[in-house]
Design a protein. Structure first.
Length: 277
């Protein structure tokens, strides 16, 4: 087990390299400053969002136009993912750790409070106090993990940043270094798309994504995702194209072949002729 000196050397090294949340959390957890007793609430991992026709950053940015069209026009016909026992348990425990880390960040004063969020114009979920945002012009709606108020050396004039918390297994995290944007995009393209959507919808410059490895040695990785205007514009234009197709009742061109793996797994396979073939 590492001694206190080596732990603090690691914390100092992380800070010198431009990390923010990781060294603060390491120091906070090492000092055991949190309250002796506290509780967290979280939903079971099998809970699914009921399809509502809105485009959500956590799910839809990388969907092709045809699938988005059926989702927007016939959301009740979409087929959701079936959670197996292991997936359900993993997601549930991830939500529990999300509640714990969020409590730590709140205690450190790094997350905007409900009042601060409202002062900045954010809608706040009454159930968990987390911010939500919507953009009717692109039929977009999302629910964020939080807004950070920390200083990032590369963006000294930006007072606030979008925050997302993710969990993974330690083997995956152990192969990726902090702040490695290229590795992040290659490994988690859906998370990159999610971050860009929230940045587009909020106008913020940076998304701070914190990963926690589930289980010993509880690896932590921190990534800073800068706004990519072209990526954001491409997604927004795709959504507007789908909205225009929906208004005219014109189905976009097929995005996969009949009897392909994509067609068999597509959430719109119950209504798309390609999926029915």
């Amino acid at each position: 087990m590492a001694d206190a000196a080596s732990i603090f050397r690691g914390i100092a090294k992380d800070a010198r390299e431009g990390l923010v949340l990781k060294p603060l959390l390491h120091s906070y957890l090492f000092d055991a400053e949190w309250a002796g007793d506290f509780s967290i609430e979280f939903k079971k991992g099998s809970d699914r969002r009921v399809p509502d026709g809105w485009f959500h950053p956590s799910e839809h940015p990388r969907w092709p136009e045809r699938r988005l069209y059926y989702y927007m026009t016939q959301p009740e016909a979409m087929i959701g993912e079936n959670f197996a026992y292991m997936s359900t348990l993993s997601v549930t425990m991830g939500k529990a750790m999300h509640g714990f880390i969020e409590s730590c960040l709140q205690h450190l004063g790094l997350l905007l409070t409900t009042d601060e969020l409202r002062d900045l114009g954010f809608d706040v979920n009454p159930k968990d106090g987390e911010p939500s945002v919507s953009r009717p012009d692109t039929n977009s709606r999302g629910h964020m993990d939080g807004i950070l108020k920390v200083h990032l050396p590369r963006w000294p004039t930006a007072p606030y940043h979008h925050f997302e918390f993710k969990t993974s297994n330690n083997m995956k995290l152990g192969k990726i270094k902090d702040l490695d944007l290229d590795a992040f995009i290659e490994k988690w393209p859906d998370y990159y798309a999610q971050a860009q959507e929230y940045l587009r919808m909020t106008g913020l410059q940076v998304s701070v994504v914190l990963f926690l490895g589930m289980g010993f040695p509880w690896e932590i990785r921190e990534f800073h995702i800068p706004a990519n205007p072209q990526y954001q514009a491409d997604t927004a234009n795709k959504y507007r194209s789908v909205m225009a197709h929906a208004e005219k009742g014109i189905v976009p061109q097929p995005c996969c072949s009949p009897r392909s793996a994509e067609a068999k797994d597509c959430p719109a396979r119950a209504v798309c002729p390609v999926g029915l073939a």
